[in-house]
Design a protein around this ligand. Structure first.
Ligand code: PEP
Ligand code: MG
Length: 902
């Protein structure tokens, strides 16, 4: 029995027992309160009930065995330390009961203050406060209100009404005008409301109040708003919250008391200094509720110099200790400073880079740590153009920054109108309550999308992000009336055609056109800002951290580019080659006619003539690209899409032919084209005649492309450059497909290259699941693999990549089937497993096989870490994403020990 007691699970930790690394168990708030206690800072004493206790409660519906006794023991020791007993009628100890999960979920869960007050201890509290009856009764009415609402689900408005009624009776609008008698009357009214809704009297027993409050905090983990918030922020649902029971201190005891928040650096820009707000004679909730105006923290120096100096000293100590920007909540009770909370503070993307750089300069962290503290999503944010804001522009509403960027344009309310105005060359902002799949065309046409409902995973948000289009969602101050073609915001009516500006990073909405300025970070990457010689702390920090990322990363970063201009830009952004040059654009524009001739050819000669005309054009394209990428590898992919994509759409053609026939015109050519389109029509073109299948079915097509590549490489090399072509065959599913194409290609290459010294590699995309699963065989015929994770995701999940994101992903995200579109971030368990199998089996069959990825995932931060772990040699992404991939590849190298296979 005794032995069993000694191994009893520990559910409660005194602040002196914890530390900042115990966030899983004690939640963020509890772990940091413990850390501050151990640093010797003045934290009101208290204890933390663990997340494990919460999880046990949520699974079984009752407090785990032993919890009640442990709370009792910790409460007794708290009472001893404070020299007061909970709810003692003469001299009561009061406590706050606060939630605190591992990840901050501001305002999502419950807090109850002033626990321990009842009809008798309210008198003792007044005595403690020097006979301040008003304060005591105000505290009591706050307890009944908060307890009633959060613990017993009494509708909050009933309390609000009673308070309004008391103010009306007094002829005032201000709470502070209510005196002790008024508040005593209000307590009576509150108690009646409580009894009416709960069928019982307000609990007078302090320990019962405490237990019920703790239980309410546990349960608030599963409150609807908390569930929704977690889903949006991708916080796991099974963490549970800790509960902190803390001795109350009061900032509302008079002019020598107050409460405030402080930051050790500016969380907006990262600049060093003292930032914060202070509110005299108030409690924390009053600051949040904004009932009175705060003053800048610096003014505390005049109000209470001793507390101010102490606070500055503690802020310096916390920064030194956490080696990071800290944010702090504090209260001053009659000239005595108490630290109520600290945590490593949230910051903007710019501040993250600037602070990381400063901390390196100050010797607090090294460059590895600086690199660890920033991320690709932040860097991407810094690369969007921003609004040039001065005081002239005040936001009229703030929604959720759902898809970054800055966009201005004329307001439209329907998809059709968006398409119409955009066709006239206007910039438009599509404004809706929420969007649905019918709005797709309007979303494509619009510069930006603004909705009054919906969060980060709403239809508007998901689709806009997929399109890289600026979007603000859930701007609920907007009263949108689509049939009347107007919305009302801040008392102003905005009608169709008026101009608005939306900031998809901050979620802010402005009336009128706000000028846009380019990103300094992009200017730096493009080489127009010299990081060593400009006085811009952000650019200097980005330069320093990027240089370190480049030194650390194992993954190379290439780009997806099909033109010389894109290749040049990507190279300036740091691309180390081209990982995917799609050749299909080379069949568009004025070359369509040649492609039509190719498709319509009825004899070998006609076909060869069409191919012969395309060859020099293709060769010129490749020469330009090889020159821009001089000395670096360029992967050219043979044509992939179905050929009918290069012909006019069936319906349009059919109508044209019918009309022309009616008029008696000569339509022989159009009829032939129509017949070809009909012949080539496919129900599932993505699974039809495309990629390697085209090469095997249309004689001479791939051969022409291979010849153009080899000839271009020879030409560039002969003129003093270095071309390093890699020919890539798309959509291979069986090694025989690749072998057939390769045999023909090798013959042409040998003939063209001769003794020029040009080396041409031949490899394949791995983008069909069967290819991944037979990678060992395919590697025998391939000199490299490049994972086409777009198609691999499409075929792995069976999701049409062109349809599903707009059609129903919002619902999948809402249901939590996945937290992010698998087309955006690699699905590690499914599609990622195919990549892993293919990488391992490919390398087993051909040691040193070069591996890369060229699907969209190559520029996604989380996916880059995965590709590092799997041991790929490079990732390839759009030019704009190249810096993001470089940064994340560096971060991956310092945070994991991925295989070093290069
Ligand atoms: C892919 O499928 O991932 C790929 C890069 O090819 P595409 O997007 O052109 O189909
Ligand atoms: Mg593909």
């Amino acid at each position: 029995m005794a032995a069993q007691e000694t191994v009893e699970h520990k559910y409660v930790y005194d602040f002196a027992e914890g530390n900042k690394d115990l966030k899983d168990l004690l939640g963020g708030k509890g772990a940091n309160l413990a850390e501050m206690t151990n640093l010797g800072l003045p934290v009101p004493p208290g204890f933390t009930i663990t997340t494990e206790a919460c999880k046990a409660y949520l699974t079984t519906g009752r407090e785990p065995d032993g919890l009640a006794a442990q709370i009792e023991a910790h409460l007794e020791s708290l009472e001893r330390e404070m020299g007061r007993r909970l709810g003692d009628p003469q001299d009561p100890l009061l406590v706050s009961v606060r939630s605190g999960a591992k990840f901050s979920m501001p305002g999502m869960m419950e807090t109850v203050l002033n626990v321990g007050l009842n009809d008798r201890s309210v008198v003792g509290l007044s005595a403690q406060a020097g006979g301040n009856d008003r304060f005591a009764w105000d505290s009591y009415r706050r307890l009944i209100q908060m307890f009633g609402k959060t613990v017993c689900e009494v509708p909050g408005e009933e309390f609000e009404h009673a308070l309004d009624e008391a103010k009306r009776a007094k002829g005032t609008q201000n709470d502070l005008d209510l005196d002790a008698d008024d508040l005593r009357g209000l307590v009576d009214a509150y108690k009646k409301i409580f009894a009416k809704h709960t069928g019982r009297e307000f609990p007078q027993e302090p320990r019962e109040q405490l237990d019920l409050a703790i239980r309410a905090v546990f349960e608030s983990w599963n409150a609807e708003r908390a569930v929704v918030y977690r889903r949006q922020e991708r916080i796991p649902a099974d963490l549970g919250t800790a509960v902190n029971v803390v001795a109350m201190v009061f900032g509302n005891l008079g002019a020598d008391s107050g409460t405030g928040v402080a930051f050790t650096r500016d969380p907006g820009s990262g600049a060093q200094g003292i930032y914060g707000d202070y509110l005299a004679n108030a409690q924390g909730e009053d600051v949040v509720a904004g009932i009175r105006n705060t003053v800048p923290l610096q003014e505390l120096e005049q109000i209470d110099k001793k507390s101010y100096d102490e606070l500055l000293d503690y802020m310096a100590r916390l920064e030194e200790h956490y080696k990071d920007l800290c944010d702090i909540e504090f209260t001053i009770e009659r000239g005595k400073l108490w630290m109520l909370q600290t945590r490593v503070g949230k910051r903007t993307a710019a501040a993250a880079f600037v602070i990381a750089g400063q901390l390196v300069d100050e010797g607090l962290i090294d460059l590895d740590e600086a690199l660890h503290r920033v991320n690709g999503a932040q860097l991407a944010q810094l690369m969007f153009p921003r609004f040039r804001l001065d005081h002239e522009f005040q936001p009229v509403a703030k929604g959720i920054g759902a898809s970054p960027g800055a966009a201005s344009g004329k307001v439209v309310f329907t998809s059709a109108r968006a398409v119409e105005l955009a066709a006239e060359g206007e910039s438009v902002i599509l404004v809706r309550r929420e969007t649905n799949p019918d709005d797709l065309n309007g979303m494509i046409a619009a510069k930006g999308i603004l909705t009054s409902r919906g969060g980060k995973t709403s239809h508007a948000a998901v689709v806009a992000r997929g399109m890289g289009k600026t979007c603000v969602s859930g701007a609920d101050e907007l009263d949108v009336n689509v049939p009347a073609k107007k919305f009302i915001v801040a008392g102003q009516t905005v009608t169709e055609g008026d101009i608005v500006s939306i900031d998809g990073t901050t979620g802010k909405v402005y009336l009128g056109e706000v000028p846009v300025m380019p990103s300094e970070v992009v200017q730096y990457f493009e080489g127009s800002l010299d990081p060593e010689h400009i006085d811009n702390p952000l650019v200097r920090a980005v330069h320093r951290i990027m240089t370190h990322a480049d030194a650390k990363r194992r993954l190379l970063v290439r780009t997806n580019a099909d033109t010389g201009a894109d290749a040049a830009r990507a190279r300036r952004f740091g691309a180390e080659g081209i990982g995917l040059c799609r050749t299909e654009h080379m069949f568009l524009g004025d070359r369509r006619e040649l492609v039509e001739r190719l498709i319509l050819a009825s004899t070998g000669e006609e076909r060869e003539a069409a191919l012969g005309a395309l060859l020099p054009l293709q060769r010129e394209d490749f020469i330009e690209i090889f020159r821009e990428m001089d000395g670096l590898p360029v992967t050219v992919r043979l044509i992939d899409p179905p050929l009918h994509e290069f012909l006019p759409p069936l319906e349009q053609l059919a109508v044209n032919v019918a009309v022309a026939q009616e008029r008696g015109e000569d339509v022989a050519k159009e009829e032939a084209l129509l017949a070809a389109v009909r012949r080539m029509h496919e129900e599932n073109p993505m699974l039809g005649l495309r990629g390697v299948r085209l090469g095997l079915v249309i004689p001479g097509l791939f051969a022409m492309q291979v010849r153009a590549i080899a000839e271009a490489a020879v030409e560039v090399t002969r003129s003093g450059g270095t071309a390093c072509p890699e020919i890539m065959v798309p959509l291979v599913g069986a090694v025989q497909e690749l072998e057939t194409v390769r045999a023909e290609a090798e013959k042409i290459i040998a003939e063209v290259v001769g003794d020029s010294g040009v080396e041409v590699l031949i490899g394949t995309m791995i983008e069909v699941p069967r290819a991944a699963l037979t990678a060992g065989q395919i590697a025998e015929a391939a000199q490299f693999f490049s994972f086409g994770t777009n198609d691999l995701t499409q075929m792995g999940w069976g999701f049409s990549r062109d349809d599903v994101e707009g059609a129903f992903f919002w619902r999948y995200l809402e249901l939590g089937i996945f937290g992010i579109s698998p087309f955006e971030s690699i699905d590690r368990e499914g599609v990622g497993r195919l990549v892993r199998i293919a990488a391992e089996e490919g390398r087993a069959a051909r040691p040193g096989l070069k591996l890369g990825v060229c699907g969209e995932h190559g520029g996604d931060p989380d996916s880059v870490h995965f590709f590092h772990e799997v041991g790929l040699d490079y990732v390839s992404c759009s030019p704009f994403r190249v810096p993001v991939a470089r940064l994340e590849a560096g971060r991956a190298a310092i945070t994991t020990t991925g295989s070093d296979s290069r």
